[in-house]
Design a protein around this ligand. Sequence first.
Ligand code: SF4
Ligand code: SF4
Length: 104
Amino acid sequence: MAYVIAEPCVGTKDTSCADVCPVDCIHPTQGEEHFETATILYIDPNECIDCDACVEACPVDATMSEDDVPEQFEIFKEINRVYFDEGHAEGEKMLAKYLESKAS
Ligand code: SF4
Ligand code: SF4
């Protein structure tokens, strides 16, 4: 299992979750490459230890356990995974596609 960052992070991206993560698996955060251009922060599912700290920290309830992801945010499991497996551009592309599909 792992935790996931979902759509409510868009427009907030305040890095509170990354600040409390004990294993530093939330990226890109302040000072890291791609922070300025990232639409949201992402959780590396291969590194997350399911400690739950990011849930309490997030002001907009964007962080959640994979098991608690509501149906409308299912895609975010894949978006977070792709960000780390395939890189920043691919993760951002997938997120942009999702946001576009919602807007149309
Ligand atoms: S559940 Fe814990 S380890 Fe996983 S992303 Fe959140 S703070 Fe980091
Ligand atoms: S705490 Fe919530 S809003 Fe802030 S960066 Fe993390 S997921 Fe996004």
